[in-house]
Design a protein around this ligand. Sequence first.
Ligand code: PNS
Length: 166
Amino acid sequence: MPRTAIYPGSFDPLTNGHLDIIHRSMGLFDRLVIAVASNVRKHPLFDMSERIALIREVVGHDARIEIDTFDGLLVEYAQRKGAIAVVRGLRAVADFEYEFEMATMNRRLAPTVETVFLMTHESYFYVSSHLVKEVAMLGGAIDAFVPPAVARRLNARMGELRAKPA
Ligand code: PNS
């Protein structure tokens, strides 16, 4: 049986930190499903199809990686996919409380789905989609934090937003 893991998130947009976690996960599991959450509470900058297209462009074709969307409960989705684990990236102490709460709730809901935390490379400890969007919005350089395809799309998006009449 191939060992499948789910890597869920908003990916609004994919960062180098996410990509680092994807590569690390592939060393541990046979299959990885990158699952883009459609019911995110926050209002996303990129719609679902844009987020998926960017992930696809960056990850390229790899038969072991599936890119999908999900709504509803993550653990139910993970079980439908036959996954043994949910992967989450941990950057620093600040992530811990939120991640600990989610993992504990998910374990209560589905005791057989393990949450596996992977540490991002230390170069990405401070990189988050949220901060990258803020830097881009204020005209800062984001090339060190996101893959080139994402930087192009993000800069173009910010240009569109700035050009919009208030
Ligand atoms: O990248 P994010 O935004 O931190 O990802 C959060 C996500 C999408 C993994 C989380 O919000 C989630 O699992 N949502 C699905 C709904 C769900 O299962 N909620 C109960 C989990 S405690």
